[in-house]
Design a protein. Structure first.
Ligand code: NDP
Length: 451
């Protein structure tokens, strides 16, 4: 590492010694910035990197709520406002028992550069809680969301910070959160995105991350004279991003043969067609069931998850792979299996799904790797379009939003591939995304002085 970036990394290690995920996100980012740091003396002079790795603000708060037995439960809430250099803080809320400050900071850090890549004026943030929605009644989820928003509403606003969904936060949670914000503030404002279509949401927002992932992957493949038609694909997860990734792959003539959740995975060699996909949507979004029920319904193999082994999902012969569950779901052995099985492209739907080692294995083996910052930016891009529609007090048609999304993803591909070729090497989209995302934020920070 360059002495300048090494110094910044050491500062993070000593200041945040227990924040493993945050350190990982910073490290991979700095490895890319290494390649341009000598050409940017103003970045060193103005200590841009040192400022970037320190959030502008972190809010941590108690979230007390009453369960169905009338007992008080207490969770911890977070909002990390990482950077407002190019716009109001923007980024999702995650509800999952694993949520801690390190995970919030890594997600907020990634979000800064992802939002920059969309070309829209959005800063970066992330929030959430260690609340586990699994197994909770609708009333418990509502009481939790109301308590969470009672504190969060002091820190957000349509021109300040605009949260959205992430793991564990879908249409139901956004509705409860929005209702409570409105009630406290007495204003119908565009303060959350991913809202229902009846109350200010945008068409194509639920679809946007999955569709965007496939659009960006399509752009990469097009340059290599490849496409989805007839291709076999692996998808992990079975939530929002996974569902719409499958939908778009099907539309382009591909075949998806896997889905998973934290308990296990299914393999359906015949392909998850539109009828089976609509079963998954109802199972996960309405019944809040487990993917095991897919195996029972369609009589296909189910493999229970064993965290101590390589993930069998990444050890199946296929053309393209789309991790759409969570961070670090592709580890060293998984990457070796993907390479052995001849995978040609890995498109990151989840945030930071590949460990540092697995990224190295994939890229050095010639696998095309579409990094999350670029590949899953479609969700936040359409969130940005939802903010525009809210400000204009009108709603665009689904066709218009989808067209805009496609244009944004193609533009992201153009920018990251050009940055890769100029500053790193052809097809190193990790460097391309980090560098292209960084340039704009860095220039805005320098222009605004030491804030
Ligand atoms: P959902 O909550 O809709 O679905 C998450 C899926 O991943 C579920 O199948 C879940 O299984 C599985 N999963 C979650 N945590 C783990 C874990 N620790 N181990 C194994 N499986 C796990 O979330 P999304 O689809 O919205 O998000 C998926 C990924 O995409 C996340 O990394 C998120 O940050 C990223 N992302 C999402 C965007 C969006 O617009 N929603 C935008 C950009 C990125 P189970 O039901 O068992 O928990």
């Amino acid at each position: 590492m360059h002495s300048q970036t090494e110094q910044v990394y050491q500062q993070v290690l000593s200041r945040d010694p227990n924040e493993r995920e945050f350190q990982q996100a910073v490290y991979t980012f700095l490895l890319s910035i290494d390649k341009i740091i000598d050409e940017l003396p103003e970045v060193t002079y103005h200590r841009v990197l040192e400022r970037m790795v320190e959030p502008e603000r972190v809010v941590m708060f108690r979230v007390p709520w009453m369960d169905d037995e009338g007992k008080c439960q207490v969770n911890r809430g977070f909002r990390v406002q990482m950077s407002s250099a190019i716009g109001p803080y923007k980024g999702g809320l995650r509800l999952h028992p694993s949520v801690n400050l390190s995970i919030m900071k890594f997600l907020a850090f990634e979000q800064v550069f992802k939002n920059s890549l969309t070309g829209l004026p959005m800063g970066g943030g992330k929030g959430g809680s260690d609340f586990n929605p699994k197994g909770k009644s609708d009333n418990e989820v509502m009481r939790f969301c109301q308590s969470f928003m009672t504190e969060l509403c002091r820190h957000i606003g349509p021109d300040t910070d605009v949260p959205a969904g992430d793991i564990g936060v879908g249409a139901r949670e956004i509705g409860y959160l929005y209702g409570q914000y409105k009630r406290i503030k007495n204003e119908f404002a565009g303060v959350l995105t991913g809202k229902g279509i009846e109350y200010g949401g945008s068409f194509i927002r639920p679809e946007a991350t999955g569709y965007g992932l496939v659009y960006l992957s399509e752009a990469i493949l097009r340059d290599k004279k490849m496409d989805f038609n007839g291709a076999t694909c692996l998808v992990s997860g079975s939530g929002n991003v996974a569902q719409f990734t499958v939908e778009k792959i099907n539309a382009l003539g591909g075949k998806v043969i896997t889905l998973s959740d934290s308990s296990g995975m299914i393999i359906d060699e015949a392909g998850i067609d539109s009828e089976k996909l609509s079963f998954v949507k109802t199972l996960k979004n309405v019944k809040r069931g487990r993917i095991k029920e897919y195996a029972e319904k369609y009589g296909v193999p189910y493999i229970e998850r064993n965290n101590s082994e390589p993930n069998p999902l990444w050890n199946i012969k296929a053309d393209y792979a789309f991790p759409c569950a969570t961070q670090n779901e592709i580890l060293k052995e998984d990457a070796l299996n993907l390479v052995k099985n001849g995978i040609k492209l890995v498109g990151e739907g989840a945030n930071m799904p590949c460990s540092i080692e697995s990224e190295e294995i994939l890229t050095s083996s010639g696998v095309l790797l579409a990094p999350a910052k670029a590949a899953n930016a479609g969700g936040v891009a359409v969130s940005g379009l939802e903010m525009s529609q809210n400000s204009q007090r009108l709603r665009w048609t689904p066709e218009k939003v989808d067209q805009e999304l496609k244009g944004i993803m193609n533009n992201i591909y153009k920018n990251i591939s050009e940055a890769a070729e100029t500053y790193s090497k052809k097809d190193n989209f990790i460097d391309g995304a980090n560098i292209a995302g960084f340039m704009k934020v860095s220039r805005a920070m320098i222009a605004q002085g030491y804030v």
